[in-house]
Design a binder for this molecule. Structure first.
Ligand code: HEC
Length: 226
């Protein structure tokens, strides 16, 4: 066994003299550990590889999370007022179309032609293109009894239109849409939420559906398709 591996007790017990001990220590100091092969290179490669990995992941993360920003970047405001207005109008019409398809088209049909003798048409109907308060009122309260639309008689089979329970905004959108679609070109072009709200308020006491005579009294100047 070399001196290296002996404990101090063993060395003392072996009766080694102080001088010899000092000498032995000097010798021990000079002994160098043999370098472990590949010891240093391996961790360096790992550090490098992990470093690259973290770097690449951060780039990827930054890309997919919009540079770590909470909100998406604001689009540069390059639209002209005309383009903005055109966009707003297109949105309003498409919102109106949605309301129509969800609440009216089952009876009046998606193309607004209705069903002969049962559901009157909205395409080409004077009821639609006259004072917008008329169609607003029909949506709010419904309509029953005999009427004439585009020269044809409806309402003789007992089928009525019940009030359509949708918001003022939805009514404004659908009225605007119906009045400007399928060849309808009513004036004023656009109907607003406030217009609907005031009609709703004016006739808040009215309980059952409208009949032709009542509407003719309220809107005497309106044409009634004959
Ligand atoms: C359940 C079927 C039904 C639904 C849904 C319905 N209507 Fe009607 N609508 C009728 C009937 C039936 C009449 C005719 C009532 C009568 O003969 O008095 C009518 C009449 C009308 C009239 C007057 C006549 C005309 O053709 O111009 C308008 C305007 C109208 N509806 C618009 C609408 C709009 C807008 C909606 C959706 C928001 C709607 N209706 C939803 C059945 C319906």
């Amino acid at each position: 066994m070399s001196v290296e591996k002996q404990s101090s007790e063993e060395i003392r017990a072996s009766g080694m003299k102080d001088d010899a001990l000092v000498e032995e220590h000097v010798r021990l100091h000079q002994i160098k550990h043999e370098p472990t092969k590949g010891f240093l290179q391996a961790p360096l490669i790992f550090v490098f590889v992990f470093g690259c990995l973290i770097f690449l992941c951060s780039i990827q993360l930054a890309h997919t999370t919009n540079d770590f920003k909470l909100h998406p970047p604001q689009e540069a405001d390059t639209e002209t007022p005309e383009q903005k207005e055109a966009n707003r109008w297109a949105k309003k019409l498409s919102a109106g179309k949605k309301v129509f398809l969800a609440n009216c088209s089952s009876c009046h049909k998606p193309n607004g032609v209705g069903e002969p003798g049962v559901y009157p048409p909205l395409a080409g109907s004077d009821w639609v293109s006259t004072d917008p308060a008329l169609i607003t009122n029909i949506i709010l309260k419904g309509l029953k009894g005999e009427i004439k639309v585009n020269g044809e008689t409806y309402g003789t089979t007992g089928i009525v239109m019940n009030p359509i329970a949708i918001s003022d905004r939805q009514i404004a959108n659908v009225v605007t849409y119906v009045r400007q679609t399928w060849g309808n070109e009513a004036d004023p072009i656009e109907i607003f939420e406030d217009d609907v709200a005031s009609v709703r308020e004016d006739y808040s006491d009215k309980q059952d559906q409208w009949v032709f005579e009542q509407l003719k009294e309220i809107y005497p100047e309106a044409l009634f398709g004959d």
